[in-house]
Design a protein around this ligand. Sequence first.
Ligand code: SF4
Length: 372
Amino acid sequence: MIQPEMINPAMRSKLLRPASSFEEAEALSRQLSLLNRAQLARLIALATPETEASLRAAAGWLREHYYGRKVYLRGLIEFSNVCRKDCFYCGIRRSNRNVRRYRLTEAQILACCRQGYELGYRTFVLQSGEDPAFTPLRLAWLVAEIRRRYPDVALTLSVGELAAADYRLLRQAGADRYLLRHETADAAHFASLHPAGQTLQQRQTCLRELGAAGFQVGAGFMVGTPGQTADCLAQDLLFLKELQPQMIGIGPFIPQQDTPLGQDQPGHLRQTLLLLSLLRLLFPKALLPATTAVGTLHPLGRELALGAGANVLMPNLSPQEYRIDYALYDNKICTGDEAAECRVCLQKRVESAGYTIDTGRGDPVDWEETGS
Ligand code: SF4
């Protein structure tokens, strides 16, 4: 069982009893931010249900203070499952011959946006594999066209590693946000999950260039990948502290049967929730999604993730006939629902968990103030 004084004597009482005010939660947040790599690893490795409850309670106070009970909805459009990369964990990796590949046309993508706009969404997330057919210029045209048609939406891209000049082009075309998970900040662990030629250094360079281009940046990692240790996760937290992204997406590793990691065990819900609470405490103003992966791992996974500190959901706006083909992992949920059904289902889930839906742009709390 974890002995809180093993981590930091000043944290002892705070980890033994749930915070009962925002001020107490903020004090715990400050102390957690002083922990070094070994202390963070020990906290992650040895956390007991009592420690997790304390962290969850404090995360709740911070989330409530900065974002209230709001859960932001982002309409997700998975517009191509073609990818030139070969990540060992990913169901749409280049080498997987069992995937039915698809690419939406610009007209189909714009139709998804129209439907999303009519459903009230004011954030669209355009996500794909690294598809060479969608060149930066083609993407820039698409971004500019969506921006022209819907000037009041926030536009997020998630299309992988590009050159710094391409990121600047897309930002100038009107994209606001960019999601690029680093997956793990441990270089050796990264190398065990990716083929030669894909490096952590390159991924981290891209993330820094996205920030320099003016994007709201989303990084993130998987929890429970084969060979991952508490020390790897501690490195993730420290890398994020250095990067200071506006969004952090984490989800449990879930194997996909046609990949090299297809026979490995999935990550654990409990550890994913612990990490979400730690992220809320270390990054009180971050936007943290309750991911589809956590909902795949457990029927109430997304509700539990909201309780642990998450405040974003990403309902799917992709055409129903293609959803099943964007199978990054096995048994992915929400592949059969129409966009409107997704919207209703999520609203019910959010409200039954005691939160309220917000379909607005959902910028980070201090984004408008600082403009940076
Ligand atoms: S994780 Fe992303 S980059 Fe890697 S194979 Fe899958 S879609 Fe491609």
